[in-house]
Design a protein around this ligand. Structure first.
Ligand SMILES: *[C@@H]1O[C@H](CO)[C@@H](O)[C@H](O)[C@H]1NC(C)=O
Ligand SMILES: *[C@@H]1O[C@H](CO)[C@@H](O)[C@H](O)[C@H]1NC(C)=O
Ligand SMILES: *[C@@H]1O[C@H](CO)[C@@H](O)[C@H](O)[C@H]1NC(C)=O
Ligand SMILES: CC(=O)N[C@H]1CO[C@H](CO)[C@@H](O)[C@@H]1O
Length: 319
């Protein structure tokens, strides 16, 4: 190695050592300050939330509106949209709803244009719409596999492309990907869903690097990986050791993460310590922990997709 290159590496390592010190102290200090003191204002921001006619999408929309954001909600459930719009308007918030099937690229592009004309440039995107079929590999119909990827992965691309140009011009915005713990860990009955969520995580992390490298420090990204949420998305499922998350808690955490520009949120906290085990434990031990103790696969076998799902949500269930 040339002397010049060696000196350069040494120099970079010294800078890095300083960053290790700086970011560690910063993280420790930040944790001591209550979140409300380090929250940004989102007054006047235009926030688009997909799948917001019900579930956590709805809760996020209501919370963002109460903080002064102009909220746009997309869903395929027209009646649900009307209810949310009315609820938000009745409390003095601003909300516009659009029927949009995010699985349909042309529809996303068409409705995006409409949004820009009728409301303005979107500055916060919460990609929340999700879909799960929940069958074992050989039992998933082809069209279900395609739908799962369209809703959980591909839609993020069409929505990004629709609103990113304006964000880049202003170097201002926030992109939130609601993925899943299933996007960090393969799950039974989920060969399609887990893969689509893994893809969403990969998309999100790549986009993060591109925005950083190209200097878009004003466009923030937040990756959300929740464990099971107590909504209708996984009817019948009762996990063994880690309790299901409550929708209200998840929505509150997501909004807090937006306000404090958090980069990566996996919930509940216990999963943050459990997940990395699979990177270094012997694979057979990792499986024993999953199958004998946590019983993840057994939990997913309880899934009863046809039960308890309201009629208007039969086709798409939003997390
Ligand atoms: C949206 O963004 C574009 C590009 O930055 C800008 O020209 C346009 O005026 C913006 N529209 C509104 C309503 O702010
Ligand atoms: C999930 O797995 C179980 C057990 O293999 C299976 O019987 C069930 O059909 C699957 N879930 C759904 C919703 O199909
Ligand atoms: C985000 O957190 C999860 C859980 O701790 C971890 O598995 C994942 O690698 C993290 N991603 C990034 C980009 O830090
Ligand atoms: C991953 C991805 O689709 N990124 C795109 C987001 O939108 C901008 C602007 O249109 C593109 O330049 C990125 O490639």
């Amino acid at each position: 190695m040339e002397l010049k290159e060696s000196v350069k590496i040494l120099y970079d390592i010294m800078i890095f050592a300083w960053l290790v010190f700086f970011y560690t102290i910063e993280a420790l200090l930040t944790n001591l300050i209550p979140r409300r003191y380090r929250s940004k204002s989102i007054k006047g921001e235009i926030a688009l939330i997909t799948g917001a006619a019900s579930g956590i999408g709805k809760l996020i929309a209501v919370k963002l509106a109460s903080l002064g954001a102009r909220v746009i909600i997309w869903d395929i459930n027209k009646l649900g949209i009307q209810d949310v719009v009315e609820e938000i308007k009745s409390t003095g918030g601003e909300c516009t709803g659009y029927v949009c099937n995010v699985a349909n690229k042309k529809e996303v592009y068409r409705v995006s244009k409409l949004v820009k004309i009728e409301v303005g440039n979107v500055t916060i995107i919460v990609n929340n719409a999700g879909y799960v079929c929940g069958k074992t590999f050989m039992n998933i119909p082809d069209n279900e596999i395609e739908k799962t990827f369209k809703v959980n992965t591909l839609s993020h691309y069409w929505i990004n492309k629709s609103f990113m140009n304006e964000m880049m011009k202003e170097n201002h915005g926030h992109i939130v990907t609601v993925a899943s713990v299933a996007g960090l860990l393969g799950t039974y009955n989920c060969t399609d869903y887990s893969a689509a969520k893994f893809a969403a995580v990969g998309y999100h992390e790549s986009l993060f690097t591109e925005l950083k490298v190209h200097g878009y420090h004003g466009i923030h990204t937040t990756l959300i990986c929740p464990y099971f949420i107590n909504t209708n998305m996984f009817p019948g499922v009762k996990p063994r050791l880690i309790a299901m998350l409550e929708p209200e808690y998840v929505a509150e955490e997501i909004v807090s993460a937006i306000l404090t520009n958090e980069i990566n949120v996996t919930m509940p906290r216990s999963t943050r310590y459990l997940l990395p085990l699979k990177s270094w434990m012997p694979a057979k031990l990792s499986w024993a922990l999953m199958y004998n103790i946590l019983q993840g696969p057994q939990t997913m076998m309880m899934l009863q997709k046809d039960r308890k799902v309201p009629k208007n949500k039969k086709d798409y269930v939003f997390s």
